[in-house]
Ligand binder design. Structure first.
Ligand SMILES: CCCCCCCCCCCCCCCC(=O)SCCNC(=O)CCNC(=O)[C@H](O)C(C)(C)COP(=O)(O)OP(=O)(O)OC[C@H]1O[C@@H](n2cnc3c(N)ncnc32)[C@H](O)[C@@H]1OP(=O)(O)O
Length: 200
């Protein structure tokens, strides 16, 4: 990214994991509040100006992709990103993971249920985490199939499970499910293809 500095070149102290997790959590809370608020004109103007100010501050702290924190902190909730519904990994090994997810109001589709696009988004994120494990070449999603079995309700702790199904050369098949208690809300299957050296 042009104009971005490597973290080492900035000379400052990078925020610790706990503080970064709190920042991403506050961002999620903000997005949930924005999704349901009906602001008056002055409030909207004030917020727009505040956000523009913060975008400017953060723009001045932009880093190269390899040095960024967003989505790259393995030890914290949602790997430190707010792009997908919130999740936490409870158990993980090379075969898969178990965890919990929560779809905030920002991910509302209609009639109290999560947006249909947010469900595959979460699967792609989780699959990517399992497939791109330690020591493996990076792999990209070739296809992602989701069956929506029951509505995903907002603001509830949901069970997550993802597991590697099989591997055929560069092709890696992975499956997963999202449960609300005993109810399977969504099941997914995907193919990831490991990238050849130099492949974007
Ligand atoms: C790099 C990122 C990780 C970095 C680490 C970061 C840490 C972790 C972060 C995790 C957070 C989120 C991670 C999300 C992961 C994404 O969402 S990636 C973004 C979404 N996906 C894309 O943009 C992919 C776009 N497509 C492509 O780049 C290329 O089509 C692909 C998928 C790499 C495959 O192309 P290719 O390498 O030229 O392979 P190709 O020879 O065509 O096919 C290889 C084999 O796969 C089969 N195949 C390919 N596509 C299909 C298909 N759609 N259906 C069926 N079979 C297929 C072929 O038939 C062939 O089979 P065989 O003949 O070998 O039996």
């Amino acid at each position: 990214m042009s104009g971005a500095l490597a973290a080492d070149d900035r000379g400052g102290i990078v925020v610790d994991d706990l503080a970064y997790e709190a920042l991403v959590g506050a961002t999620r809370n903000f997005l949930d509040a924005l999704a349901v608020a009906v602001p008056d004109g002055p409030t909207a103007d004030r917020l727009t100006a505040d956000l523009a100010g913060w975008a400017g501050v953060l723009g001045g702290l932009a880093a190269e992709e390899r040095d960024r924190l967003f989505g790259r902190r393995a030890g914290i909730a949602s790997y430190g990103q707010a792009m997908t519904p919130a999740y936490r990994v409870l158990e993980r090994d090379d075969a898969g993971l178990r965890g919990v997810a929560r779809f905030g109001r920002y991910f509302h589709g209609g009639k109290g249920a999560a947006h249909g696009g947010a469900v595959p988004l979460l699967f792609d994120e989780l699959f990517g985490r399992v497939i791109n494990g330690e020591g493996r070449p990076p792999a990209r999603t070739a296809y992602l199939h989701v069956d929506f079995r029951a509505v995903v309700r907002l603001d509830r702790d949901l069970g997550l499970r993802v597991w590697r199904e099989r591997e055929e050369g560069r092709k890696q098949y992975v499956r997963g499910e999202i449960r609300d208690g005993d109810v399977v809300c969504a099941e997914a299957e995907a193919l990831f293809v490991a990238l050849r050296p130099g492949q974007p």
